[in-house]
Design a binder for this molecule. Structure first.
Ligand code: 5GP
Ligand code: MN
Length: 345
């Protein structure tokens, strides 16, 4: 599926929708990351500055390392306030869905969104966008949905509404989704947008510190366990990490603690494909995060084997088998990809 840019037609549809004050709900994906939180909050302050009533509702809670983001305490959490969230959605005129490509990415919140009479607008950079919105701004080449929110404001001729609050939120989203501007998704335009955000008051050093330098001692110990569990399969150019529920429990695991662990597997010389398998006894699943270098598509891998998806170089999914069987299956699948893995770089 090709990209659906913020062209004249989409811009006009959005302008029409926003011509008078609207009740707007903004939703990010389940297990919200920095980009989901940053893009949703940034967009909400922008829409408020245009005179709309805007509320951010996430399907479930977001990690503690993001809990300093400007006015993040105003975010509603569906899982914690089902009734209230449902009422707000039912009373809304417009629902913006950000940083996901299909309504099943919001977990149990999906039914509420599907039953809503509001019109949908999608802003997202994942592959294969679904077709539920009256206006779809989808571009898989974009670094982040947060960058897209800036382009969205610009397309509406309202880039001057960029406040310090919006800038900090969008900068955090871009920074976290690009691994601090490391991934190939960081384009010259991404850097230009980042520069504008810094000029508007997003202080890069402080934001980096707040996101990356707040590890708990338990998380550092858990990282030690993860690195100890690292398995390297040199012939397959693959490395993977496993985390059992017990290992998580023993280290007082909190949401977000394993964020980024998979990148250590990818950082091994010669490895082009990295995976982390995290046991979740409560949901009876193994949650899987996949990363790659070069042309090897983990989006395809996640879609084919783990009912998931994402981007070419970062994707995820889940398995309903136990951890051991999930790993055995993973190892048995790899030889089919040997040529692709060998030629990825
Ligand atoms: P992460 O591994 O950091 O959780 O996610 C990496 C990328 O894959 C993100 O863009 C995320 O939205 C996507 N992703 C993660 N898990 C799933 C999943 O279960 N289904 C789909 N469709 N995408 C996922
Ligand atoms: Mn994103």
């Amino acid at each position: 599926v090709s990209s659906r840019p913020m062209n004249k037609e989409t811009t006009q549809i959005v302008e029409k929708l926003l011509a008078s004050p609207q009740k707007i709900v903004i939703v990010g994906h389940k297990n919200p990351d920095g980009d989901a939180v940053g893009s949703c909050l940034g967009l909400s302050f922008f829409l408020k500055s245009l005179g709309h009533n805007a509320t951010v509702i996430m399907p479930n809670d977001f990690p503690d390392f993001l809990k300093w983001m400007p006015r993040c305490e105003e975010i509603g959490i569906y899982e914690k306030e089902v009734q209230k969230s449902t009422e707000i959605v039912n009373a809304s005129d417009i629902i913006f869905t950000l940083d996901f490509n299909s309504l099943d990415r919001v977990g149990d919140f999906e039914g509420v969104l599907k039953a809503a009479s509001a019109k949908f607008v999608m802003i997202d950079h994942h592959q294969q966008p679904a077709d539920y919105a009256v206006a779809t701004y989808s571009d898989v080449k974009m670094s982040s949905t947060s960058e897209m929110v800036y382009h969205f404001m610009d397309a509406l001729g309202e880039a001057d509404k960029l406040s310090k609050e919006i800038a900090i939120n969008l900068y955090t989203g871009i920074m976290t989704d690009t691994g601090s501007f490391r991934f190939s998704s960081s384009s010259p335009t991404t850097h230009r947008v980042a520069a504008k955000l810094i000029e508007a008051g997003a202080e890069s050093a402080i934001i980096n510190q707040k996101v990356y330098d707040t590890n708990s001692p338990e998380r550092m110990k858990l990282l030690g366990v993860a690195l100890n569990n690292l398995v390297i399969l040199p012939e397959m150019h693959t490395a993977y990490i496993t985390m059992t529920q017990k290992e998580l429990d023993d280290h007082n695991f909190k949401k977000g603690d394993t964020e980024g662990f998979v990148n250590y597997a990818l950082s091994v010389k010669g490895v082009v494909f990295a995976a982390i398998f995290i046991e979740n006894k409560q949901e009876s699943i193994v949650k899987i995060s996949l990363r790659s270098k070069g042309d090897f598509s983990v989006n395809d891998f996640a879609r084919n084997h783990y009912s998931g998806g994402g981007h070419i170089n970062a994707a995820g999914g889940k398995s309903s088998q136990d951890l051991n069987n999930t790993i055995n299956e993973f190892i048995s699948i790899l030889p089919r990809y040997k040529n692709e893995l060998t030629d990825a770089l």
